[in-house]
Design a protein around this ligand. Structure first.
Ligand SMILES: *Cc1c(COP(=O)(O)O)cnc(C)c1O
Length: 233
């Protein structure tokens, strides 16, 4: 079931990505990273992803990812953590994920840095920005973003390779654009002003809003529903 769904959905998503690039005068559709978010879906979704060549998987919870990885075995996928990370799960997260999108506090960054140093690693992370200012969302306010990225970037054990943000669930296109634009502006400021910032990923865009996110400069979209269908909440 997942395989058929993905075989139909993936070309559709890829063509939407290309069209969004064209609309905004971008010629780099091939450089937009697509992360398939499998949270709430069973291991079959991962097998299907592997089969169609969707190489990067996003999960929101460390334990769910660990359980699935154990069931699925090595499918040759890379795993990204896109959801909130608790400090007591950092050690486990570093074993599972090649990129953490959700560094949303300095204390969490310090915990990631400390565990990474023990492993002799400098772990790539994204700093999460709460560009919509919603109370329910984690991440640094845009106004404090530059200082936060500077502070996180100074830690031994981590490399800040970009920013992540989530827009509100809304059909107000102007609102979505402004959230993405504020995040992109911060990304550019970090790139210009911070020596320790390594701009690689601007992670913005989910099923509801990825075309707009791409038009506003995203180079990594995180898609669950568009690829795998609805999920248990
Ligand atoms: C669930 C989730 C997604 C995927 O959401 P869809 O709307 O199903 O595409 C992307 N990013 C994060 C951080 C998520 O938690």
């Amino acid at each position: 079931m997942y395989l058929e769904r993905l075989q139909a959905a993936l070309p559709e998503v890829r063509s939407q990505i290309e069209r969004a690039c064209e609309r905004s005068g971008r010629s780099d559709a091939g450089s937009i990273e697509l992360v398939g978010v499998t949270k709430g879906h069973p291991v079959e979704a991962l097998r299907a992803a592997s089969e169609v060549g969707l190489a990067v998987i996003g999960e929101s919870r460390v334990q769910e990812a660990a359980d699935k990885l154990e069931l699925a075995g090595d499918l040759g996928l890379s795993w990204h953590l896109v959801g909130h990370l608790q400090r007591n799960k950092v050690k486990m997260a570093l074993k599972l994920f090649s990129l953490i999108h959700s560094v949303d506090s300095v204390r969490l960054a310090q915990a990631v840095a400390k565990e990474s140093t023990k492993l002799n690693r400098r772990s790539p992370v994204l700093v999460q920005v709460n560009a919509s200012g919603e109370e329910s969302k984690s991440g640094f306010e845009v106004e404090e973003g530059l200082a936060a990225v500077r502070e996180v970037g100074e830690l031994e054990g981590v490399r800040v390779v970009g920013l992540m943000s989530m827009a509100p669930h809304s059909s107000d296109e102007g609102l979505l654009r402004s959230v993405f634009r504020r995040t992109r502006e911060l990304y550019e400021r970090c790139s210009d002003e911070l020596e320790k910032f390594e701009p690689r990923y601007l992670s913005m865009g989910m099923t509801n809003d990825y075309e707009i996110a791409i038009e506003e400069g995203s180079n990594l979209v995180r898609l669950g529903t568009a690829l795998f269908g609805g999920r248990e909440p």
